[in-house]
Ligand binder design. Structure first.
Ligand SMILES: Cc1cc2nc3c(=O)[nH]c(=O)nc-3n(C[C@H](O)[C@H](O)[C@H](O)COP(=O)(O)O)c2cc1C
Length: 78
């Protein structure tokens, strides 16, 4: 089973609740990092999550969908 995204989200929410900021990343060489950290064969890297104290507010996110557009209650019809 693979829980990478859920785990990262939980980690980021926990960090926020403790007063930290975070940033997920996957723009790196997965194989090289696996080599560096001596990743066991039965593990895979999902992403990096950098956690720390933010130095400035996050930029505003333009084009975000409204809750009405992403939340379906009870049924897709009516
Ligand atoms: C799984 C995942 C991987 C990401 N990888 C990268 C990345 O490699 N490089 C990057 O610039 N942003 C990446 N992002 C987005 C950043 O977390 C962050 O939202 C973004 O860098 C903010 O960029 P902006 O300041 O350009 O808006 C990733 C997001 C997710 C969810």
């Amino acid at each position: 089973m693979f829980f990478g995204g859920d785990s990262a989200q939980t980690l980021m929410l926990a960090a926020k609740s403790m007063g930290y900021d975070s940033c997920p990343m996957d723009g790196f060489d997965f194989e090289k990092v696996a080599e560096l950290i001596k990743l066991p064969d039965d593990h895979v890297i999902a992403m990096f999550v950098a956690i720390g104290k933010g130095t400035q507010e996050a930029w505003p996110r333009p084009g975000q969908l409204t809750l009405d557009e992403i939340i379906i209650e009870n049924s897709f019809e009516g």
